[in-house]
Design a protein around this ligand. Structure first.
Ligand SMILES: [Zn+2]
Length: 165
């Protein structure tokens, strides 16, 4: 549908029937018109805005959605393949995760936790629950998680991942 729309006329000089090519960058098509009157690549339309200078927003948002919902990357890639949707590679996903998602989530968590701690500093009768878990079903024998939950505000305030030795 995009190709038929962009084939109507050159968006720069209005010349009829330009040649149209579509290049995919992950989930984003970039439609380019080449026109006989104003030359090759006369008009290019990326279908998404960019974030961090060069990444199509939809690609980063999709990586974020996969990570935050806990669904499997390989099954997501398979789903996109089966319904014929363009998608970035598994390598790109890991790059998004390492470069942007994990650092941003960590930064958010740290500021969120600091806000909770500041709130609780004024609370004289705070009730706390704490627990540690090692080697239970489906969890690692090497690492464990200690969690501190504040019953007064019904929020998880702190957790530590520790090696069992
Ligand atoms: Zn033109």
């Amino acid at each position: 549908m995009l190709v038929s729309l962009f084939s109507l006329f050159c968006f720069r000089c209005k010349e009829e029937r330009p040649t149209v090519t579509v290049k995919m960058t992950g989930t984003m098509p970039i439609v380019t018109q080449s026109c006989t009157s104003c030359g090759e690549d006369s008009y290019a339309w990326p279908s998404q805005p960019f974030v961090f200078g060069k990444y199509p927003t939809g690609n980063i948002l999709l990586s974020f959605g996969i990570l935050i919902s806990g669904i499997s990357l390989s099954k997501t890639l398979l789903l996109f393949k089966h319904i014929g949707l363009s998608m970035f590679s598994g390598r790109a996903y890991h790059q998004h995760q390492k470069k942007y998602l994990v650092p941003f989530i960590l930064r958010y968590w740290e500021s969120y936790r600091q806000r909770l701690i500041n709130l609780l500093k004024g609370e004289k009768n705070a009730v706390w629950s704490g627990d540690g878990r090692y080697d239970s079903m489906g969890h690692s024998a090497k690492y464990g998680a200690h969690t501190m939950f504040c019953n007064t505000i019904n929020k998880l305030v702190h957790f530590e991942l520790l090696q069992s030795k």
